[in-house]
Design a binder for this molecule. Structure first.
Ligand code: RB5
Length: 153
Protein backbone atom coordinates (compact mmCIF):
# COMPACT_ATOMS: atom_id res chain seq x y z
CA UNK A 1 0.00 0.00 0.00
CA UNK A 2 1.33 3.45 -0.91
CA UNK A 3 1.66 6.10 1.74
CA UNK A 4 -0.93 8.78 1.11
CA UNK A 5 -2.10 12.07 2.57
CA UNK A 6 -5.64 11.51 3.80
CA UNK A 7 -8.09 14.29 4.68
CA UNK A 8 -10.73 13.05 7.11
CA UNK A 9 -13.72 14.68 8.79
CA UNK A 10 -16.96 13.70 10.49
CA UNK A 11 -20.04 15.42 11.84
CA UNK A 12 -21.56 14.43 15.21
CA UNK A 13 -23.29 11.47 13.54
CA UNK A 14 -19.97 10.13 12.29
CA UNK A 15 -17.81 11.17 15.20
CA UNK A 16 -17.52 7.71 16.80
CA UNK A 17 -15.79 6.24 13.74
CA UNK A 18 -13.29 9.01 13.13
CA UNK A 19 -10.76 8.32 15.90
CA UNK A 20 -10.43 4.58 15.23
CA UNK A 21 -10.07 5.20 11.51
CA UNK A 22 -7.40 7.84 12.10
CA UNK A 23 -5.57 5.32 14.26
CA UNK A 24 -5.75 2.75 11.47
CA UNK A 25 -4.54 5.26 8.88
CA UNK A 26 -1.55 6.17 11.02
CA UNK A 27 -0.76 2.52 11.71
CA UNK A 28 -0.74 1.94 7.97
CA UNK A 29 1.74 4.78 7.51
CA UNK A 30 -0.55 7.40 6.01
CA UNK A 31 -0.37 11.10 6.77
CA UNK A 32 -3.66 12.29 8.30
CA UNK A 33 -5.27 15.72 8.03
CA UNK A 34 -8.08 15.83 10.59
CA UNK A 35 -10.71 18.49 9.86
CA UNK A 36 -12.93 17.71 12.86
CA UNK A 37 -15.39 17.51 14.40
CA UNK A 38 -13.49 17.44 17.65
CA UNK A 39 -16.49 16.77 19.89
CA UNK A 40 -20.00 15.34 19.64
CA UNK A 41 -21.84 18.66 19.61
CA UNK A 42 -24.43 18.86 16.84
CA UNK A 43 -22.77 20.05 13.63
CA UNK A 44 -23.49 20.37 9.90
CA UNK A 45 -22.13 17.77 7.50
CA UNK A 46 -21.67 20.26 4.59
CA UNK A 47 -19.00 22.07 6.61
CA UNK A 48 -16.94 18.88 6.85
CA UNK A 49 -17.53 17.93 3.24
CA UNK A 50 -16.30 21.38 2.24
CA UNK A 51 -13.14 21.06 4.37
CA UNK A 52 -12.20 17.67 2.92
CA UNK A 53 -13.09 18.71 -0.64
CA UNK A 54 -11.09 21.88 -0.26
CA UNK A 55 -8.01 19.91 0.88
CA UNK A 56 -8.25 17.74 -2.23
CA UNK A 57 -8.83 20.67 -4.56
CA UNK A 58 -5.80 22.46 -3.13
CA UNK A 59 -3.64 19.39 -3.52
CA UNK A 60 -3.05 19.10 0.22
CA UNK A 61 -4.49 15.58 0.33
CA UNK A 62 -4.52 12.62 -2.07
CA UNK A 63 -7.80 11.09 -0.89
CA UNK A 64 -10.62 12.02 1.46
CA UNK A 65 -12.74 10.22 4.04
CA UNK A 66 -16.05 11.66 5.26
CA UNK A 67 -18.25 10.21 7.95
CA UNK A 68 -21.75 11.21 8.95
CA UNK A 69 -24.66 9.24 10.36
CA UNK A 70 -25.73 7.52 7.16
CA UNK A 71 -23.02 8.76 4.79
CA UNK A 72 -25.70 10.26 2.55
CA UNK A 73 -25.64 13.93 3.47
CA UNK A 74 -21.86 14.23 3.42
CA UNK A 75 -21.77 12.44 0.06
CA UNK A 76 -24.35 14.75 -1.50
CA UNK A 77 -22.47 17.80 -0.25
CA UNK A 78 -19.01 16.60 -1.30
CA UNK A 79 -20.16 15.88 -4.85
CA UNK A 80 -21.13 19.53 -5.29
CA UNK A 81 -17.44 20.40 -5.35
CA UNK A 82 -15.51 20.42 -8.60
CA UNK A 83 -13.23 17.45 -8.99
CA UNK A 84 -14.70 15.58 -6.04
CA UNK A 85 -15.91 12.06 -6.77
CA UNK A 86 -17.39 10.84 -3.52
CA UNK A 87 -19.45 7.79 -2.76
CA UNK A 88 -21.00 6.04 0.18
CA UNK A 89 -19.51 2.54 0.29
CA UNK A 90 -20.61 0.09 2.92
CA UNK A 91 -19.00 -2.92 1.27
CA UNK A 92 -15.42 -3.60 0.21
CA UNK A 93 -16.24 -4.35 -3.45
CA UNK A 94 -17.69 -0.88 -4.08
CA UNK A 95 -14.82 0.71 -2.15
CA UNK A 96 -12.14 -0.63 -4.49
CA UNK A 97 -14.16 -0.81 -7.70
CA UNK A 98 -15.25 2.80 -7.20
CA UNK A 99 -11.59 3.80 -7.42
CA UNK A 100 -10.59 1.35 -10.16
CA UNK A 101 -13.44 2.24 -12.54
CA UNK A 102 -14.68 5.66 -11.41
CA UNK A 103 -11.60 7.29 -9.88
CA UNK A 104 -13.51 7.88 -6.63
CA UNK A 105 -11.42 10.17 -4.46
CA UNK A 106 -13.59 10.48 -1.35
CA UNK A 107 -14.92 7.54 0.63
CA UNK A 108 -18.04 8.31 2.62
CA UNK A 109 -19.15 6.16 5.55
CA UNK A 110 -22.18 6.11 7.80
CA UNK A 111 -21.24 5.49 11.42
CA UNK A 112 -24.83 4.49 12.19
CA UNK A 113 -24.65 1.80 9.49
CA UNK A 114 -21.22 0.17 9.76
CA UNK A 115 -19.08 -0.67 12.77
CA UNK A 116 -15.36 -0.09 13.20
CA UNK A 117 -14.24 -3.49 11.86
CA UNK A 118 -16.17 -3.31 8.60
CA UNK A 119 -15.35 0.38 8.18
CA UNK A 120 -11.65 -0.45 8.56
CA UNK A 121 -11.79 -3.11 5.86
CA UNK A 122 -13.70 -0.76 3.56
CA UNK A 123 -11.15 1.99 4.15
CA UNK A 124 -8.25 -0.32 3.37
CA UNK A 125 -9.99 -1.53 0.19
CA UNK A 126 -10.45 2.10 -0.88
CA UNK A 127 -6.85 3.10 -0.19
CA UNK A 128 -5.39 -0.03 -1.72
CA UNK A 129 -7.11 0.60 -5.05
CA UNK A 130 -5.88 2.64 -8.03
CA UNK A 131 -7.76 3.98 -11.05
CA UNK A 132 -6.96 1.52 -13.79
CA UNK A 133 -7.07 4.09 -16.60
CA UNK A 134 -8.81 1.84 -19.14
CA UNK A 135 -9.97 3.90 -22.13
CA UNK A 136 -13.70 3.40 -21.62
CA UNK A 137 -13.44 4.45 -17.96
CA UNK A 138 -11.49 7.57 -18.92
CA UNK A 139 -14.13 8.38 -21.55
CA UNK A 140 -16.91 8.05 -18.95
CA UNK A 141 -15.05 10.28 -16.54
CA UNK A 142 -14.67 12.89 -19.27
CA UNK A 143 -18.45 12.85 -19.66
CA UNK A 144 -18.84 13.37 -15.92
CA UNK A 145 -16.39 16.28 -16.06
CA UNK A 146 -18.34 17.79 -18.95
CA UNK A 147 -21.52 17.62 -16.84
CA UNK A 148 -19.67 19.31 -14.00
CA UNK A 149 -18.45 22.11 -16.27
CA UNK A 150 -21.88 22.69 -17.83
CA UNK A 151 -23.78 22.73 -14.56
CA UNK A 152 -21.27 25.03 -12.83
CA UNK A 153 -21.39 27.75 -15.51
C1 RB5 B 1 -27.14 13.88 11.70
O1 RB5 B 1 -28.19 13.60 12.58
C2 RB5 B 1 -27.35 13.16 10.39
O2 RB5 B 1 -28.45 13.69 9.74
C3 RB5 B 1 -26.11 13.27 9.52
O3 RB5 B 1 -25.01 12.78 10.21
C4 RB5 B 1 -26.12 12.47 8.24
O4 RB5 B 1 -26.51 11.15 8.48
C5 RB5 B 1 -26.85 13.02 7.11
O5 RB5 B 1 -26.91 12.38 6.05
Amino acid sequence: MFRMRIAIAADHGGFSLKAPLIELLKQDGHEVLDFGAYNTERSDYPDFARAVGDALQRGLADRGVLICGSGVGACIAANKMRGIRASVCHDTYSAHQGVEHDDMNVLVLGARIVGVELASEILRAFLGARFNGIERYVARLKKVEQMERESCE
